[in-house]
Design a binder for this molecule. Structure first.
Ligand code: PRP
Ligand code: URA
Length: 209
């Protein structure tokens, strides 16, 4: 078994992704594009959410409607996942946001965990990890390990750009985790960066590096 992998073919996603990749895109515009693409991918990744019926009073009459019936936890991997999490809160304010701090050691490329804000009980129906880049896959695999040890039952990964190596690593380690992306690129370079990619997603959002 391997993960279900969804790469968006939506024209708006592809249009905005090209702008995001450009080295001429400044941090302010970059953050705006991360937010917009994250919302579009979240929309696509949540088509299977369960709904509960409710009654709505319009100014004219009473009618049937629906509300999202699932408790959703968004898990941004710091730092670069922050912008994606904020974008999701904008369109679905009922989600919970629990931060995980992981960074890649520049020498070994291994993930280092430095922060965990998960609550004590996994009182949640669906958790969605958000991180723009799936490179070696080390950070995503570590994040899913942490969520599973915590007790999460249903986990999705939402990213912007992946390398084939990262998709393979995540899919082999956690075949039950669906992967939603805007693109799968060519390869990783010798420093573990996705090619063509967009560079360092954290640095580009926060103007560091
Ligand atoms: C980036 C990115 C992922 C990780 C992906 O974070 O946001 O978390 O690298 O690489 P991997 O798939 O090889 O693990 P980074 O370590 O640069 O930290 P930052 O978000 O604080 O910049
Ligand atoms: N992290 C990034 O921000 N970019 C890459 O290309 C790989 C890891």
């Amino acid at each position: 078994m391997s993960s279900a992998v969804f790469v968006s073919r939506h024209p708006l996603v592809q249009h905005k992704l090209a702008l995001l990749r450009s080295k001429w895109t400044e941090p302010k515009k970059f953050r705006e594009l991360v937010r917009e693409i994250a919302q579009l991918l979240f929309y696509e990744a949540t088509q299977d959410l369960a709904l509960a019926p409710l009654t709505v009073e319009t100014p004219l009459a009473t009618c049937a409607g629906y509300e999202v019936a699932e408790r959703i936890g968004i898990i941004p991997i710091l730092r670069a996942g922050l912008g994606m999490a904020e974008a999701i809160v904008e369109i679905l304010p009922t989600v919970h946001v629990w931060h995980l701090g992981l960074y890649r050691d520049h020498e070994t490329l291994q993930p280092v965990t430095y922060y965990n804000k998960l609550p004590s009980k996994p009182d949640i129906d669906l958790t969605i990890i958000v991180d723009p880049m799936l490179a070696t896959g080390g950070s995503a695999v570590a994040a899913v390990d942490i969520l599973k040890q915590w007790g999460a039952q249903r986990i999705k990964f939402l990213g912007l750009i992946a390398a084939p190596e990262g998709v393979r690593a995540l899919s082999e380690a956690h075949p039950d985790v669906a992967i939603h992306l805007a693109a799968i690129d060519s390869h990783l370079n010798e420093r573990g960066y996705i090619v063509p990619g967009l560079g360092d997603a954290g640095d580009r959002q926060f103007g560091t590096g």
